[in-house]
Design a binder for this molecule. Structure first.
Ligand code: NDP
Ligand code: MG
Length: 383
C-alpha cells in the first residue's frame, strides 16, 4: 500500500489522482488546495489525512469549521500558505508526493520535497519551466525520482525504458493543436475565453486549457522535456496529432520509433507515475484502434501561435528567461480569462518578454522568484 500526499487535490489532476488512490487503497498523508475549502473538507472526510493545507489563509476558518463537524476529521491539522505547502512537502513517511498545483507557485514545495528525499509525481510543469535546472540538479544530488504525469512526458518516459539513453536520437512531442488548430490570426483576434475553454480531447483545468489553445502548453512541454530527459532543442520535434492517441514517441539511432498510445485519459499517466513500475487495472476505457480509424500528423504553425516559438526561444536564451516567459503567461492567461485582454494579446505579452526583459543566470531559488516577479510586473503594465 502506497502513502501519498497530493498538492492541488481539488483540481482536475488532483481529483483524478484521488480516484486512483481510492481504487488502489492508498493511504493519503496530506492534501492541499488553494481556496476550495468545501471540496478539500469532503476529500479529508473520505481519506482522513493527518493534515490539510488551504493556501489562502482567509479560507482556513471555513475549512476548520467544516472539519470540526465530524469526529473523524476534527483532529486534522489545518495549514496555510507557502509554509503549509512546504510543511506537507517535508512530511516523513510519504512514498510519493503528487504536485498538481497550477503555476510556478509549485516550485518551492517541489524543491522542499527533493531536499527531504521524497519522490515526486510531477504534473505541475511550470515548476520545471521556471526552475528546471535547480530541480533536476537537486533531484540528482539527493537521488530523488521525478515521475512525469504530463501525458506526453509519461509517454516519453515509457518509450525510453529498456533502451540506451546514449542511442536516443530525438523525441517526437505530439500536440493536439487545441481548439483553434488551423485558424488564422484574423480568425483568432476575437476568440473568447468560452471558445478557448472548449478543448477537443481533454477535460482539464482552465489555465492549461487556455495554454493549449495558444500552444503555450506545447512550448512549456518542450522545456519540460529538455529538463526531464536531458535533450537539446534540436532533439525535439513537435508534431500536431489531432486525435491525442499517440501521446508522444522517441526515435533511436537505428531510426526505430517507439510510441506510447492510449485513450486521452490522464488517469493512465497519473497512475503510472504513482505506481511505477507497476501496470495494474486503471479506471479508464481500453483503446480501440479500429474505432478510431485514422490518425493524422502535421507541423505546428509557430507564426500564428507565437507562444510556442517564444518558449523555444526562451529556453535557447536560457538563464531566467523561461521563468520570465512563464510568469508573463500566467498573468496574461488570468487577464484573458477575466475578459481584460484579447486572445492574441497573450502571445503579444509573452513574446514581448523576450525583447524587453534581460535574463540572469539561475544559481538559486531566489533568482527564479525575482525573475518571475519582474515578468509579472512587466505583463501587468502591458495588459
Ligand atoms: P486545476 O486548475 O484544475 O487545479 C489546480 C489545483 O491546484 C487545484 O486543486 C487548486 O486549488 C490548486 N492550487 C492552485 N494554486 C495553489 C496554491 N497556491 N496552493 C495550493 N494549491 C493550489 O489545474 P489542473 O489540475 O488542470 O492542472 C494542474 C497542473 O497539472 C498544471 O500545472 C497543469 O499544467 C498540469 N497538467 C494538467 C493536465 C490536466 O489534464 N488537467 C495535464 C497535464 C499537466 P483550488 O481548487 O482550491 O483552486
Ligand atoms: Mg501534456
Amino acid at each position: 500500500m502506497k502513502t501519498v500526499s497530493v498538492l492541488g487535490s481539488t483540481g482536475s489532476i488532483g481529483t483524478q489522482a484521488l480516484e486512483v488512490a481510492r481504487l488502489h487503497n492508498f493511504k493519503v498523508r496530506a492534501l492541499a488546495a488553494h481556496s476550495n475549502a468545501a471540496l478539500l473538507a469532503q476529500q479529508a472526510k473520505e481519506f482522513l489525512p493527518g493534515c490539510v493545507c488551504i493556501f489562502r489563509e482567509e479560507k482556513a476558518g471555513e475549512l476548520r469549521e467544516l472539519l470540526s463537524r465530524d469526529a473523524d476529521t476534527a483532529g486534522i491539522e489545518v495549514l496555510t500558505g507557502m509554509e503549509g505547502l512546504n510543511r506537507i512537502a517535508s512530511l516523513d513517511g510519504v512514498d510519493i508526493m503528487l504536485n498538481s498545483v497550477v503555476g510556478m507557485v509549485g516550485l518551492e514545495p517541489t524543491l522542499t520535497a527533493i531536499e527531504h528525499g521524497t519522490d515526486i509525481a510531477l504534473a505541475n510543469k511550470e515548476t520545471l519551466v521556471a526552475g528546471g535546472d535547480l530541480v533536476m540538479k537537486a533531484a540528482a544530488e539527493r537521488g530523488v525520482n521525478i515521475y512525469p504525469v504530463d501525458s506526453e512526458h509519461s509517454a516519453i518516459f515509457q518509450c525510453l525504458r529498456g533502451n540506451k539513453r546514449s542511442q536516443l536520437k530525438k523525441i517526437i512531442l505530439t500536440a493536439s493543436g487545441g481548439p483553434f488548430y488551423g485558424k488564422t490570426r484574423a480568425e483568432l483576434e476575437n476568440m473568447t475565453a468560452a471558445q478557448a475553454l472548449k478543448h477537443p480531447n481533454w477535460s482539464m483545468g482552465r489555465k492549461i486549457t487556455i495554454d493549449s489553445a495558444t500552444l503555450m502548453n506545447k512550448g512549456l512541454e518542450f522545456i519540460e522535456a529538455m529538463h526531464l530527459f536531458g535533450v537539446s532543442p534540436e532533439q525535439i520535434e513537435i508534431v500536431v496529432h489531432k486525435q491525442s492517441i499517440i501521446h508522444s514517441a522517441v526515435e533511436y539511432d537505428d531510426c526505430a520509433v517507439i510510441a506510447q498510445l492510449g485513450v486521452p485519459d490522464m488517469k493512465i499517466p497519473i497512475q503510472y507515475a504513482l505506481l511505477y513500475p507497476e501496470r495494474v487495472e486503471c479506471p479508464t476505457k481500453p483503446l480501440s484502434l479500429t474505432d478510431i480509424g485514422t490518425l493524422t500528423f502535421s507541423k505546428p504553425d509557430t507564426e500564428t501561435f507565437e507562444c510556442l516559438a517564444a518558449c523555444i526561444r526562451a529556453i535557447t536564451v536560457g538563464g531566467t528567461m523561461p521563468a520570465m516567459v512563464n510568469g508573463a503567461n500566467e498573468v496574461a492567461v488570468a487577464a484573458f480569462l477575466e475578459g481584460k485582454i484579447g486572445f492574441l494579446d497573450i502571445g503579444r505579452i509573452v513574446s514581448g518578454v523576450l525583447n524587453d526583459l534581460d535574463p540572469a543566470p539561475v544559481t538559486c531559488l531566489q533568482d527564479v522568484l525575482e525573475a518571475d516577479r519582474a515578468a509579472r510586473e512587466y505583463a501587468n503594465t502591458r495588459l
